[in-house]
Write a protein that binds this ligand. Structure first.
Ligand code: FAD
Length: 376
């Protein structure tokens, strides 16, 4: 088994293969130098900590050898020969495979005409941003998505002056109801963050933005959080079906039956909505890795049916989102926003529950996952 991409999902696939009792060769190959690590802390605890001792490693150093998993780091897979079942790597070497799992993840969107602007994906990126976070530093976030807002919260906590710039009229528009988004925005504003919404910046530089209104916002650092794009080039060049992600079926198989794709890079049929979706979350990567491992170890024959969920932490508020909603889904708030603990239920036009957003309400989240999974 060869797994391309030694990030969270690839690592979980290798771990799950061994846990399922698979005894053949497992090669986990990736282009980053570091052994597999978790990205969520990079915009949360890692960013807030002042020490390098915060470990983000998926497993302790010796784990991979103990499990007889061959870890090949710092090498990029550049081509797949599907007929010969070989992968070419950028150092000129080759890897043979019987089955291949693509877990190539995604990378931050950038602005080609404005290079050098900070983004947040790797530990190196996080160290760069962290080095600027100090009292009085001026931090500008372009894009009010989860990563931008988590960095905004960490920057405020570090005593920095924070400005969030967003072209849309409100924050987190793609994934959250207006009720929860406004609640979070208020928490940021109370902590001192300034929001410039509904206006796209005219120009963006590594230390400042010029707004469409002509206002110049100067900073010590600009962090771009305008979403990610899936790493699909390897699959596309090998002739696999690709459409905003490597297209897979309900068993997470690509258009080649020997090749699977999982995690941030895969577009799969969602069990909750029935629509194809590509998700960027730890749960999605973990559950898909386990499912593929069961299939490869000869066990899973049922389709992949996990209920998606995601979490974010901003200014001490933990928001957990189960399911996948569309922006025009109905909104029902249960609980009281003033109590700092409530849930928002989303329903589609047919009245089907599509998602539940729970703010500081973990019990609601657990119940929501059960309900969305059809078990209640
Ligand atoms: P990745 O983590 O992107 O790993 C893919 C790996 O493959 C990378 O190392 C990449 O370099 C490598 N690769 C790509 N192409 C090749 C190639 N051709 N050859 C070799 N290697 C290749 N999710 C949550 O659920 N909750 C959170 O709170 C949360 N917070 C986040 C905070 C940050 C700052 C970031 C960046 C992400 C966060 N996420 C969160 C998302 C979560 O981390 C991702 O969904 C998860 O990392 C996806 O794992 P992956 O292995 O699919 O992709």
């Amino acid at each position: 088994m060869v797994i391309v991409g030694a990030g969270h999902t690839g690592a979980q696939a290798a771990i799950a293969l061994r846990a399922e009792g698979f005894e053949g060769h497992v090669v986990l190959t990736g282009d980053e130098e570091a052994p597999p690590y978790n990205r969520p802390p990079l915009s949360k605890s890692f960013l807030k900590s002042t020490s390098d001792a915060v470990s983000v490693a998926v497993r302790p150093e010796g784990f991979w050898a103990e499990q007889d998993i061959t870890l090949q780091l710092g090498r990029r897979s550049v081509a797949i020969d599907r007929t010969a079942r070989k992968i070419a790597l950028d150092d000129g070497s080759e890897l043979d495979f019987d089955r291949l799992v693509l877990a190539m993840g995604s990378r931050p969107r950038t602005i080609p005409t404005a290079p050098g602007i900070a983004t947040l994906r790797t530990t190196k990126d996080a160290l760069r941003v962290r080095s600027v976070l100090r009292p009085g530093a001026r931090v500008i976030l372009v894009g009010a998505g989860y990563i931008g807002l988590e960095v905004a919260a960490a920057a405020c906590e570090a005593g920095a002056e924070v400005t969030v710039v967003e072209a849309a009229p409100d924050i987190l528009r793609r994934t959250l109801s207006g009720a929860t988004a406004r609640y979070l925005q208020t928490a940021h504003e109370r902590a001192g963050a300034r929001f410039l919404l509904g206006s796209a910046p005219r120009t963006i530089r590594p230390t400042g933005v010029e707004m469409g209104s002509g206002e110049n916002v100067e900073g010590d650092v600009v962090v771009l959080g305008i979403g990610v794009q899936p790493n699909v080039e390897l699959a596309e060049n090998a002739g696999l079906a690709v459409l905003d992600g490597v297209v897979v079926d309900e068993h997470l198989r690509t258009s080649d039956p020997n090749i699977f794709a999982i995690g941030d890079c895969a577009r799969f049929p969602c069990a909750v909505t029935g629509r194809p979706v590509r998700l960027e979350s730890v749960q999605n990567g973990t559950d898909q890795a386990r499912h593929v491992a069961r299939t490869l170890a000869g066990e899973a024959t049922a389709p992949y049916r996990s209920v998606p969920y995601f979490w974010t932490e901003q200014h001490g508020h933990k928001v957990m989102i189960a399911g996948v909603s569309a922006p025009d889904d109905d909104v029902q708030v249960r609980g009281n926003l003033e109590d700092d603990s409530f849930s928002v239920f989303r329903h589609d036009a047919e009245g089907r529950l599509t998602a539940v957003e729970s703010v500081n309400a973990p019990h609601d989240h657990v119940a929501a996952r059960r309900t969305l999974g059809g078990r209640t």
